[in-house]
Design a protein around this ligand. Sequence first.
Ligand code: FAD
Ligand code: FES
Length: 503
Amino acid sequence: MGLPTYPESYWLATASMPSYGKLEEDLSTEVAVIGGGIAGITTACLLAREGKRVVLATADKLLNGTTGYTTAKLTAQHDLIYDEYIGHFGEEKARLYYEANMEGLEFVRRLVSEAGIDCDFAEEDAWIYTNSGSKLEAVEKEYEAYKRLGIPGSLEKSIPLTVPARLAVVMRGQARFHPVPYLRHLTEEFVRLGGRIFEDTTIDKVEENGDTVTVTSADGRTITCGDAVSCSHFPIPDSGFYFARLHCESSYAIAVRAPGELPRGMYISAEKPNRSVRTITYGGEKLLLLGGESHKVGQKEPGFVHYEALEDFAKKEFGATDIVYRWSAQDFEATDKLPYIGHVSEGKKHIYVATGFRKWGMTTSVVAARLLTDLILGRDNRYAELYSPSRFHADPDVGTLAKENLNVAGQLISGKLEWVRRKPEDLGPDEGGHVRVNGRKAGAYRSPEGELFVVDTTCRHMGCEVAWNDGDRTWDCPCHGSRYTFRGEVIEGPAKKDLERLS
Ligand SMILES: Cc1cc2nc3c(=O)[nH]c(=O)nc-3n(C[C@H](O)[C@H](O)[C@H](O)COP(=O)(O)OP(=O)(O)OC[C@H]3O[C@@H](n4cnc5c(N)ncnc54)[C@H](O)[C@@H]3O)c2cc1C
Ligand code: FES
């Protein structure tokens, strides 16, 4: 068994999206939606259903962000969270969070069934399990929270997997699917309703002036509109200090062939390094999808070791014979662990944001699309206050905020001080890392064919030193999660400009 050289997402390898041209003229519309992931596509489609004229603009291609690299569990079980939410926000808000996400799941279930979308949708229970004494109490408390909130579930002393587990909390009636055919359907509906899509269109600025919003692409093209929605993962504009309120986590996945019956149900471990398990049964192919190894982007040894750890888990626990696909992606998390959905900041009446999905955006994106549609149409929505980006919770926001920003400051300084001896000539085929060029620290990668790519490793967002990720051959920023290809091209914001190429 050997891992393929380059990461490839199962979802994008087995189903495709329609493609669209880039924005090449100035235009005007009622609403501009930025971002071609599940949040942007769903929001654009719901607004078009309401009769709005909508333009969707995205950098790169549709689904090339996190949505194309997800594990696609559709669930309101977002790790061990309900006991914590009750403690921080109270029972009513914790219940609202559950209900919002179950409505998101129900939206997908109904659409799949009514439109007959062939997207491997299957109803399954979701399990959080632990084999560690230190997490037993947390799992028990989570089950107590389920009971208080009326969440259908149970506490189990074993799980139907060969993976060792002493206790598990189960949430009933959840689901999983293949996001690409599902989102292809929504995209085609959007276009049928008159929506326009522009790919390869990086948005540089979103500015509000009275009742007019101007969205400007990196090429200088403008979309003039009444409202703009940023579903671009990192908000544009960052007028709400999101760089200080969000952090970005990487996570890894592999799809494997394994002997015997594939397990039913979706599983995630309570302890770190986390492990996630579900099956794929799409197009006659049966695979086991294993994920986990989360860490902050650009920190804690990014890269290949994480794929190897998942591979070991696949072999040991499931007798995996083949790693067929492997991929990684990242998602943002707010300091108080609740997504930000609503007006981007208090002063902006016509610019909206949806971000901070904490690696649980499949249902939350529907919550976001509905909430943003209601806000734009001036309708009430019972989740508006819960998700409002202007919310302020003294606990735990302030402490976490201070810790996050100390972490960023630490990364900024330590990256710059590190001394490197290695020169570009020292790199072997398919090897990358920091090197010294003309007395100055730089980053280099040598392709398997021997071509050398040298970049300035100063992140184009706020100047932190990017780290080499040998698993994905990317440069990852430890401060706010920007990622770049080995050529220096941006693949994840907040940075909007490529790393400077030195050769
Ligand atoms: C490994 C992994 C596993 C996961 N598993 C699950 C799961 O099982 N269940 C679940 O619910 N969630 C899961 N998630 C989370 C979920 O996949 C994400 O929350 C969701 O896909 C985010 O969707 P999005 O539309 O907000 O972002 P994205 O899909 O990242 O879309 C953002 C879009 O914005 C575009 N963009 C960015 N900047 C600009 C710009 N300046 N101009 C124009 N466009 C721009 C990007 O190109 C991209 O198209 C997982 C996440 C990871 C990383
Ligand atoms: S992402 Fe902010 S400095 Fe790199």
